[in-house]
Design a protein around this ligand. Structure first.
Ligand code: BGC
Length: 742
């Protein structure tokens, strides 16, 4: 460039910068920014700290402490939000308390764990994921939001989007399973369902992406345990669902209890300020998990509560759940110069912005409408939906000799087992305001479906314990029946938070009960209930038919009856691997090949004492029908980064029932600058086929699907060879190869 030209260029750059810089202060603030800024300007530091505090009511505890005197705190402006209370009447009372004598009239926000339905309870999230139906998942969260908002709530502590690969961990039931791709799509669907188009609508609630981050990687599956994973694994496996929730506009994030690389998440500047608020530009607010600021003392990263509060605030926490540490110490920390007013203001600005978006400044009682509460909660449409969703979450694990579906003309059926008529267990853990007395059991579901059939019920035994005194009654009813349905598994309280197990066997004497019944030589269908993958090796050898029904919610019994008697043809697929035994754990489909992949040879990566495959692989699930896959057709064998490759397969229903099939697409990058998994889910489609019908399923693959974090931690699609797999689960696939060229 000539000197003079360069001068003109420089001048224009300077002018541009000045002009655009000048525009900044004149830019019109949004109404929200004006409102929030004007409030901030009026607030004392004590009032600001109050907004940064969240307490549980005394209705319920979901952690080790109960906050007595929370009403005084509300009155004194020491709290910005309350959780674990619901219902228009009570929440109106609390809101009134907050606004009485409150010079700035800042309303409270009410939160709750609406995890799989509010009062109409849907299947556990892990079960929902087995539907592979994003539309249904989104719709269920919409219904949950309608019901929760009708009872005065503004905020749900969901979705829980922790990837989990360890069935010992009781909270595996709260998430979408082991896969990051599917987990990210489900995370986004849940956020859409809860938040709708506008948080100000009175039928939406603000969502909370939790638990940030890597909580599901707790060592040995022990809840709250240390997490020690590489930054690559963090970013590749555990973070993407959070990014997906953020991209969908999630309003809040919750920190996790665990430490990561030596720093508890609630004190992690890396996670909060660098990644979440920095790289990702998150504008909502970050709440801690229950007392997790205080727990940083026990973690051994701070000497006392005051230091814990400083670490959390400096790291980027905006709201303290239940530790009361911001309340008790932040003013002192500020006076001592240990925390900055800018960070406090930033936190309060984020919190007030969410309250503004919810419309609470327009009308703090906006969600306190008795009429909505009386008409919408447990609306018959919601219950019908719950039944359909429950049926679609069931996974058929085995159906030897096509025992299922059972004939509706069967005269005498024995229904046995501790979970056959247990209302308490149907709705599973984290069942919000759900009333288990309103759930239907398997016995009720079967009786309602088949009023003319003799259904003989016996409990047989408990879920836990060694008492076999009920066996004789069970054998007696089985003796007079044509078929036995046995409902066994885990009780509701064996999964959820703080429910890690060192055994994933079916507990108690339930398998012994099966063995006794099996001696009768009658067909037995096992209806399993559980919140985690169990070791089903023995049962799978013995039982001709196994239905995985998880905990299906309010309409569990009806949905199970629908599937047992063929009114719904099961289509669920596992989103978590079922191991052959606990020794194989952690076991997941998207593993690495190693330098010594398994062969017959001794010196390869395997166990000596078990078949080195899962019992049921990721993506597995049968149907009453059968589906035949054609070979894979590729539109081309080579693509450039700007091209799209089409993968197509014909899928034919070769059975006698109409049914749905989840067609799954996996990819493998054969050579990378870092090693790549042997398979990664990159697409799926759920199709419905009449008997004899064939459909062509097409997937598009562009460079985006081929990208991964390369050796420099950049998202890159590296040229080279790829293998593409399509099939009915992650094991049973056809494959083809193509190349990406520069
Ligand atoms: C759980 C969170 C939950 C919170 C509030 C904690 O113990 O880890 O998932 O949202 O309690 O109930």
């Amino acid at each position: 460039m000539k000197k003079r030209n360069y001068f003109v260029y420089l001048l224009s750059v300077i002018l541009f910068v000045q002009i655009s810089g000048c525009q900044q202060p004149n830019q019109k603030k949004t109404d929200m920014e004006q409102k929030v800024d004007s409030l901030l300007a009026l607030m004392t530091i004590e009032e600001k700290i109050g907004q940064m505090t969240l307490f549980t009511s005394d209705w319920d505890v979901t952690g080790p402490t109960m906050r007595l005197g929370y009403k005084e705190d509300i009155k004194n402006g020491k709290v910005g939000a309350i959780f674990n209370a619901f219902g228009v009447k009570y929440l109106r009372e609390l809101q009134q308390l907050a606004l009485e004598d409150n010079r700035l009239q800042i309303p409270l926000m009410f939160g709750y764990d609406v995890i799989h339905g509010y009062k109409t309870i849907f299947p556990l999230p892990l079960a929902q994921a087995a539907s592979w139906d994003l539309k249904l998942i989104e719709a269920s969260e919409h219904i949950a939001a309608v019901e929760a908002s009708a009872e005065g709530l503004h905020w749900t502590f969901a979705p829980m989007i922790d990837i989990a690969r360890d069935p010992r961990w009781g909270r595996i039931c709260e998430g979408a399973g082991e896969d990051t791709y599917l987990g990210s799509l489900i995370a986004a669907a849940r956020v859409r369902g809860f938040q709708g188009k506008d948080l100000a609508d009175n039928n939406t609630v603000v969502a909370c992406a939790k638990h940030y981050a890597a909580y599901g990687a707790a060592l040995a599956g022990r809840d709250y345990n240390t997490v020690d994973i590489s930054d690559r694994t963090l970013r590749e496996i555990y973070l993407p669902p959070f990014k997906a929730a953020l991209d969908e506009g999630v309003g809040t994030f919750m920190t996790s209890f665990n430490e990561l690389d030596g720093v508890p998440a609630s004190g992690s500047k890396y996670l909060l300020r660098d990644i979440l608020k920095g790289d990702w530009g998150f504008q909502g607010f970050v709440v801690t998990d229950y007392t997790s600021i205080e727990e940083m003392v026990d973690h051994g990263i701070v000497a006392d509560n005051k230091e814990a509060g400083e670490l959390a605030l400096n790291a980027g926490v905006d709201m303290d759940m239940q530790s009361a540490i911001f309340n008790d110490y932040t003013l002192t920390s500020f006076n001592e110069g240990k925390v900055k007013i800018e960070d406090i203001d930033d936190a309060v600005r984020r919190i007030l912005s969410i309250k503004y978006k919810l419309g609470l400044f327009d009308d703090p009682f906006k969600y306190c409408d008795e009429e909505r509460e009386n008409t919408l909660v447990m609306h018959p449409d919601h219950l019908n939906f719950a039944r359909e969703f429950a049926a679609k979450s069931i996974v058929l694990l085995k159906n030897e000799g096509e025992i299922l579906p059972l004939s509706k003309n069967t005269k005498n059926i024995a229904l046995i087992g501790p979970l056959a008529d247990s209302k308490t267990d149907m709705i599973g853990s984290w069942s919000a305001a759900g009333d288990y007395m309103k759930s239907t059991t398997v016995l009720e579901g079967m009786k309602a479906k088949l009023p003319g059939t003799n259904i003989f019920y016996a409990k047989g035994c408990d879920v836990l314990g060694t008492d076999k005194s009920g066996f004789s009654e069970a054998l007696a009813v089985a003796g007079k029946s044509d078929v036995i349905v046995l409902a066994i598994g885990e009780s509701r309280d064996l999964s959820g938070e703080a429910t890690s197990r060192t055994s994933i066997n079916i507990p108690g004497v339930q398998e012994e009960l099966f063995a006794e019944l099996n001696k009768l030589g009658k067909p037995i269908v096992v209806v399993l209930m559980n919140g985690r993958p169990l070791d089903l090796t023995w049962l799978n050898e013995q039982a001709p038919a196994i239905l995985e029904t998880w905990f299906l919610g309010t309409k569990a019994g009806d949905a199970i009856a629908d599937v047992l008697f063929g009114d719904y043809n099961p289509s669920g697929k596992l989103t978590v691997t079922f191991p052959r035994n606990l020794g194989q754990v952690p076991i997941f489909y998207n593993t690495k090949n190693t330098g010594r992949p398994i062969t017959e040879d001794k010196w390869t990566s395997k166990y000596l004492d078990v078949e080195n495959t899962p019992l049921f692989p990721f993506g597995y699930g049968l149907s009453y029908s059968s589906f035949q896959y054609s070979d894979i057709k590729l539109s081309q064998n080579t693509i450039s980064p700007s091209e799209i490759l089409t993968v197509s397969v014909d899928v034919k229903n070769t059975g006698k029932y109409a049914g749905e099939e989840v067609v799954q697409l996996y990819l493998r990058d054969l050579v990378g600058s870092v090693t790549r998994p042997v398979k990664e889910l990159k697409g799926f489609e759920k199709i419905f086929l009449e008997p004899g019908q064939t459909k062509t399923v097409k997937f598009e693959i562009g460079a985006d699907k081929l990208k991964f974090l390369d050796i420099n931690m950049k998202m890159v699609a590296e040229p080279g060879d790829f293998e593409v797999f399509v099939g009915t689960n992650s094991r049973d696939v056809n494959s083809a190869r193509f190349s990406l060229v520069e």
